[in-house]
Write a new protein. Structure first.
Length: 72
């Protein structure tokens, strides 16, 4: 928390706003990279054609939906 407070003191509110804008842009870039490039490659390796979000591990009556991690 001290680092955040020091950042606000040094950069001001404008620096904070720029940080939020850049953070949002990077988040969208990473989500696109994962959804459009990494997930299809993993799907080919695992032999799963289609949506990796449907991947699950079934243990008795329990379903662990590991394909939904991380949520994007």
């Amino acid at each position: 928390m001290k680092g955040f407070i020091n950042f606000i003191r040094e950069q001001g509110v404008v620096g904070l706003a720029v940080g939020f804008i850049l953070g949002g842009a990077v988040s969208k870039l990473v989500a696109s990279l994962v959804n459009d490039i990494i997930n299809p490659v993993i799907g080919v390796i695992l032999g799963m054609a289609g949506n990796l979000g449907d991947m699950k591990l079934v243990i008795g009556p329990i379903q662990i939906m590991w394909g939904l991690l991380p949520p994007t």
